[in-house]
Design a binder for this molecule. Structure first.
Ligand SMILES: Cc1cc2nc3c(=O)[nH]c(=O)nc-3n(C[C@H](O)[C@H](O)[C@H](O)COP(=O)(O)OP(=O)(O)OC[C@H]3O[C@@H](n4cnc5c(N)ncnc54)[C@H](O)[C@@H]3O)c2cc1C
Length: 546
């Protein structure tokens, strides 16, 4: 049998899927999966039937067949007959656990090797500790400053040590529930130690050699240091060590204002530090739509966070406890001093100690592991997933990729990674959430683009909250009005973006958004209002976008 995927235009419902399946069955196809949402059908044909006959039959049934791709079938693995393991995973974060659980469900014998703390970045030093402290920071900020008249609130000095202890307890509880306990629950081995390859089939850990039929590298990434003179000689902090501080610093400088720098900078501003965010680029979040950068910049400045953009970093030095960052901005020299300095300029893949050349695994110019559409590396027995590949650095992406690895490496399913629609959230306040294409990306991809930009002061939820700095931006294909991208700066933007993700993923149009009811006085109503903004002045609408 040969396996094919064919793109098909014109299927609009599950009835069409069934019709296409019958048509393909009639030419002799087996294991047919037609999807009107993805606009494709995947099926197998016996060797003696040409794929052109399938194409003709689809055409005759009044659908429009397009590109055909032959899918290389991988044999489903014979489990457990040789080697120490069916799947040996290096790392124990989101990618690793998702792959391990699914592989055990396939019946595979699995082991995981971890050199640090089980659970990896997200639960221990990333998502969980940062988000719980961000919430504490928000509450402290609201106690000090709120937009309502007549409320009498106040905030005392923040005692960081007990707050950090409470955070550590939560981390430890979630690590136990969501990671450690699952090891016995599912029944795989955890090996404590650092792994490195010794050849294409073998990994060494604690001096012991282990073989496996397949491997998954899920070793994540670590904070990277920018090449700034003197930086290595000062007591700088990373996202990990900042979250362990026991005292709120009087002043905090943050080098790098990507999502981690911005979140942690705002956290310490809310806890009482005077915060300066510094970056090389002239624009915050320069890869986002300009309206997003403008809105978040305005919000941060309104809150009293200092921004230094377009900085050339000359050197860093320390005098006593004070760290001094020397920069040139617009040709003028400037020195920013603070008690603590956070470096948040990106993350580098953890590949240095893996001895990848012994395994024939190729890396890119940032030492990230190169994978193909099936998450396979240049060694066909070795897969990689999560941050170590330098794809979108989110735990749900890592977990999704880990699941695909299991389907392909153990299940033999040849599933392609689909990262065409990945939502991203920055948990500042207001938060930033985006999905799909920016206006510039859509134009680069050849779309004729129509956009709508709705300032947050047109969204009723923001008006009643009395926090109106922000924006909703929709990017649509001007011809089909399909929603290509949604970009938001607002309170709870992260909660709104899931609906937008469904709209982009399943090809909803601006009309679909306009015609769907949106609950009044939710931030998500902004999506509908932004859709209406394409051809109406929303300031002239009555309540409920009627
Ligand atoms: C401050 C911060 C906040 C974040 N907030 C969010 C958020 O809100 N939402 C979100 O989706 N994502 C967030 N992220 C990103 C998210 O944490 C990562 O994308 C995700 O954890 C990556 O998972 P992973 O499985 O690829 O790797 P990791 O979870 O990093 O796991 C890799 C593991 O491999 C181990 N390892 C490395 N080399 C070896 C070796 N040679 N031998 C044995 N073990 C090895 C490491 O010790 C580590 O435990 C945040 C990250 C940070 C730093």
């Amino acid at each position: 049998m040969n396996k094919f995927k064919i793109n098909i235009q014109g299927m609009t419902c599950t009835g069409c899927e069934e019709h296409v399946a019958v048509v393909l069955e009639n030419v002799g196809a087996k294991n047919i999966e037609a999807s009107f949402r993805r606009g494709e059908a995947v099926f197998e044909l016996p060797d003696n039937i040409g794929v052109e006959s399938a194409k003709k039959a689809i055409d005759k049934a009044k659908y429009q067949p397009g590109e055909i791709e032959e899918i290389q079938s991988e044999e489903k693995m014979v489990l457990g007959d040789e080697g120490d393991y069916d799947l040996l995973i290096i790392g124990s974060g989101g990618a690793a656990f998702s792959a391990a659980i699914k592989s055990v469900e396939y019946g595979a014998k699995v082991a995981m090797i971890e050199r640090g703390t089980v659970g990896g970045t997200c639960v221990n030093i990333g998502c969980v500790p940062s988000k719980t402290l961000l919430r504490a920071g928000e509450i402290n900020h609201l106690a000090k400053v709120n937009p309502f008249i007549g409320l009498q609130t106040s905030a005392g000095e923040v005692k960081l040590a007990p707050l950090v202890k409470q955070k550590d307890e939560l981390v430890s509880e979630l690590r136990k529930q969501k990671y450690v306990n699952l090891i016995d629950e599912y029944g795989f081995d955890l090996i404590d130690g650092e792994a490195k390859f010794v050849d294409v089939n073998t990994v060494e850990v604690n001096g012991k050699k282990l073989s496996a039929k397949r491997f998954l590298i899920a070793t994540g990434a670590s904070p990277s240091l920018p090449p700034i003179s003197g930086l290595e000689e000062v007591d700088y902090l990373t996202s990990t060590t900042l979250l362990e501080l026991k005292k709120v610093p009087k002043r905090l400088t943050v080098i790098g204002s990507g999502y981690i720098g911005m979140e942690l900078g705002q956290l310490f501003h809310n806890l009482g530090s005077e915060v300066t965010l510094m970056q090389r680029s002239e624009r915050l979040l320069k890869e986002y739509d300009p309206e997003i950068s403008e809105a978040i910049e305005k919000a941060l400045i309104e809150q009293g966070i200092n921004l230094v953009k377009g900085a050339t970093f000359e050197r860093v030095e320390q005098e006593g406890q004070i760290k001094k960052v020397h920069v040139t901005v617009d040709g003028k020299e400037k020195v920013v001093e603070s008690e603590q300095l956070l470096v948040a300029t990106g993350r580098r893949p953890n590949t240095d100690t893996l001895n990848l050349s012994a395994a024939g695994v190729e890396v890119g110019n940032r030492k990230e592991i190169l994978i193909n559409d099936y998450a396979r590396t240049s060694n066909e027995k070795i897969y990689a997933a999560g941050d170590v590949t330098l794809g979108p650095q989110f735990v749900y992406v890592a977990a999704y990729e880990g699941g695909i690895v299991s389907d392909n490496a153990i299940g033999g399913l040849n599933k392609k990674l689909d990262l065409s629609v990945v939502p991203g959230v920055t948990f500042t306040n207001p938060s930033i959430a985006t999905v799909g294409l920016t206006e510039e990306q859509a134009k680069e991809q050849g779309y004729e683009v129509k956009t709508s930009v709705l300032p947050l002061d047109a969204v009723p939820r923001a008006i009643v909250n009395r926090e109106t700095t922000g924006v909703f931006k929709l990017v649509a294909d001007a011809n089909t009005l399909k929603v290509l991208g949604v970009h938001i700066v607002s309170e709870n933007a992260g909660e709104v973006i899931y609906a937008a993700t469904l709209a982009v993923k399943f090809g909803l149009t601006v009309e679909d958004l306009k015609e769907s009811l949106a609950p009044y006085l939710t931030m998500a109503e902004g999506l509908k209002l932004a859709a209406l903004t394409f051809d109406k002045d929303v300031s002239k609408l009555s309540c409920c976008a009627g």
